[in-house]
Design a binder for this molecule. Structure first.
Ligand SMILES: [Zn+2]
Length: 289
């Protein structure tokens, strides 16, 4: 199994469903995070780890109970949220991470490099910042809970949905960091996104993320699936999903038409505008910083 690139091992339709579930889960937790932080950003990272069996069998039970918890918390409208800690929410095997201001860390780095070791080796942080970096070890928590439910010898995939494509910003370099993490640890990673931060070069980021066979970067077009796939997703729909569905389908149709006309790759600007979902977000969210 390990010799093949990850995108040949996993079923793309299953990955698309999981990424959409993760995206929606992350989005729906933003109002909860908004009760705990001074202002809420568009940017978030929602991450989980799953086994190959879970992903290929579309067994996404891991997200069901956390979704119920979120629904209950949204209904309660108070600020007593046990899962909240330092600009993050943590549920069983699922983390939603906002960017941190102090120290300045993006969600991808918080998940994969909580102590700043990789960024330090990449020359992205000063020694002072390095000594100050000591974030929550989300990935260790996830692995522990994964082993509890799936067994110690089960291989897993780290799944990361980031609202913005992992960045190419000078001081963060999240795309490079993900690549470096996977090379060092030999871990499997699936990465997806739905928008591009204005200061990130999407092509450069995607190029970096497609260089290593243990990373599978799923383009946004895949999780606005054509109608035939909607049946699978509906099993996991909550009321808030349904409101967005018609818009999502409309965009999907436009993108699929563009692909079939072979204009997709050359008309980058159009592609970007198709994939921008920011208008669906709450109007009070702020840009990534
Ligand atoms: Zn970043």
């Amino acid at each position: 199994m390990s010799d093949k690139p990850l995108n040949e091992i996993v079923n793309v339709e299953s990955v698309s469903i999981l990424m959409r579930l993760l995206r929606d889960f992350g989005r729906n937790t933003l109002p909860l995070l908004g009760r705990k932080v001074p202002f809420i950003q568009k940017q978030f990272v929602a991450a989980t780890i799953v086994s190959f069996r879970e992903i290929n069998n579309q067994d996404f039970q891991v997200i069901v109970e956390p979704r119920n918890q979120v629904e209950r918390l949204l209904a309660r409208k108070d600020t007593d949220i046990n899962m909240y800690e330092n600009y993050s929410l943590y549920f069983n095997r699922i983390a939603v991470l906002l960017n941190l201001q102090e120290p300045n860390m993006h969600g991808e780095a918080r998940l994969l490099d909580p102590m700043g070791n990789i960024k330090n080796d990449m020359g992205l942080i000063s020694s002072e910042e390095y000594h100050y970096t000591n974030d929550i070890k989300f990935l260790e928590r996830m692995k522990y809970q994964f082993y509890q439910s799936c067994g110690r010898n089960t291989e897993y995939i780290i799944c990361v949905f980031s609202h913005h494509v992992p960045c190419t910003l000078k001081t963060h370099q999240c795309a490079r960091l993900i690549n470096e993490f996977s090379k060092r640890t030999n871990e499997f990673l699936i990465v997806s996104y739905e928008d591009v931060f204005y200061d990130t070069d999407e092509d450069v980021a995607l190029n970096i993320l497609s260089h290593y066979s243990r990373i599978f970067c799923l383009y946004p077009v895949y999780f606005c699936p054509p109608k035939k796939s909607d049946k699978n997703i509906e099993t996991y729909l909550l009321p808030w999903d349904e409101e967005e569905e018609p818009v999502c389908r409309r965009i999907s149709r436009r993108v699929m038409r563009a692909v079939s006309n072979k204009r997709f790759r050359t008309e980058k600007k159009k592609r970007k505008s198709f994939c921008r979902f920011s208008k669906f977000m709450d109007s009070n969210v702020c840009e990534e910083i």
